[in-house]
Design a binder for this molecule. Structure first.
Ligand code: GLA
Length: 409
């Protein structure tokens, strides 16, 4: 991964109640004190959904909320993992025998993936590591976690990895709201099916334009090879791909290959039973979303008087495309976005993979209090389960700093 390694910061634990509490839990569990602590921030993607694995730039920011880990190096080969949330059970294993069972996702697998990743290769370690869990992620989360800086969102470009500051306009804040629907990316195939649909669209578009389609993997590769604009790619999508879902037979016919070839050379192991793929809609989302990311950055840079309005509009378009073309929303997210817009947001969209999880809304600062009050009332108050989660589920946040190691001063 490009960029600096996470920095290390001496801290006075007495001034850090969460770290202090973590230290106490650690001592209670393991009988000795941690040697250092690690902080990894949460992230919110402001715009650019489901395009990182297609090669396109995204625009996330790290947030102030984070995960903390306490660590003590030991002199043997056993790694012991414990979680302060008792829902997640203790786990230990030998570092020489890391088994990551893909059919049964467990919290500690994420740690084991990191360990396995280090053993394979240090470069671009986190993005590759996540793939051991079984999802074909694009690298946005890991990149922003490492490359974030306080006070700025980032345009993250891939191959090679680059991060450019994007200063958000003053006068508005970003509010995150949890739909309280959980979608376990590792346990379901929605995410990987989308990655595959984009790959198949790449192949069909490449073949139609006489490119070496066997070598092409990402939708961005087609644009780069053809040397055309995103708008021109959208026209090509309309010409080449039809909106009706493609059967595996039709894909084989278009590419001139057998079903066995498709299964063994293109479709990944867990994709073998999927029989139809929507290529037109997915490609349309990706190229239009990639264009929206660049437009978002341009507006932030130029900061016209109506910047907030324009950015909000882009977020709304992004959401509609995610819902209609990419089909990665769900009824609860649809309802929440609706409520956010009615409560004063200028833009609101699902953020991250979708099918559950959070929305991000852009709210004029002077409307923040009524916004929070209205959303709380309309989405959380009448539902006991949501209300129980509400404190951690609805908050305004600012661009926070990246991953960090703490040592006790
Ligand atoms: C998840 C993945 C990211 C990205 C988003 C969708 O968060 O981890 O790589 O693909 O979904 O934009």
């Amino acid at each position: 991964m490009a960029g600096d390694a996470p920095s290390s910061l001496p801290v006075q634990l007495v001034e850090q109640p969460r770290l202090l509490k973590l230290k106490e839990s650690f001592i209670a569990k393991f009988g000795s004190a941690p040697k250092f602590y690690v902080r990894a921030p949460g992230r919110v993607n402001l715009i650019g959904e489901h395009i990182d694995y297609c090669g396109y730039a995204v625009l996330p920011m790290a947030i102030e909320q984070d995960i903390l880990i306490a660590v003590e190096p030991v002199n043997n080969d056993v790694v012991q993992l414990a979680n302060t949330n008792s829902l997640y059970l203790d786990f230990s294993t030998s570092v020489n025998d890391i088994q990551i069972k893909k059919n049964k996702p467990q919290w500690h697998n994420y740690f084991l993936c990191g360990l396995k990743g280090i053993q394979v290769e240090l470069a671009e370690i986190c993005t590759k590591s996540e793939r051991y869990i079984g999802t074909e992620g694009g690298g946005m989360d890991q990149s922003i976690s490492f490359l974030a800086e306080e006070g700025t969102a980032k345009l993250i470009e891939f191959s090679p990895l680059r991060a450019t500051d994007v200063r958000l306009p003053s006068g508005a804040v970003f509010v995150i709201a949890n739909s309280c629907v959980e979608m376990n990316k590792a346990a379901t195939s929605h995410y990987n099916i989308r990655v595959m649909e984009c790959r198949l669209a790449t192949k069909l578009l490449s073949k139609s334009r006489g490119l070496d389609w066997k070598k092409m993997l990402r939708l961005q590769d087609v644009q780069t090879k053809l040397g055309v604009s995103l708008e021109e790619m959208l026209t090509i999508v309309e010409e080449v791909l039809h909106p009706e879902p493609y059967s595996t037979e039709e894909i084989c016919k278009c590419l001139g290959i057998s079903l066995e070839d498709l299964r063994s050379q293109i479709l990944s192991q867990n994709m073998q039973d999927v029989s139809t793929f929507k290529l037109h809609q997915r490609a349309k989302h990706v190229y239009s979303e990639a264009a929206r990311v660049l437009e978002f950055k341009k507006i932030c840079n130029e900061a016209p008087a109506n910047a907030i309005q324009l950015l909000g509009e882009l977020m709304n378009q992004s959401y509609i495309s995610c819902r209609e073309m990419y089909e990665c929303s769900c009824p609860e997210l649809d309802r929440l976005v609706d409520i956010c817009l009615q409560s004063g947001a200028v833009g609101s969209r699902l953020t991250g993979a979708g099918w559950g999880g959070c929305t991000v809304s852009m709210v004029p600062t002077d409307k923040l209090n009524t916004f929070l009050k209205n959303v709380k009332k309309a989405y959380y108050q009448n539902d006991v389960q949501r209300l129980a989660l509400e404190n951690n589920s609805l908050f305004a946040t600012k661009p926070g700093r990246g991953a960090l190691v703490f040592v006790e001063a």
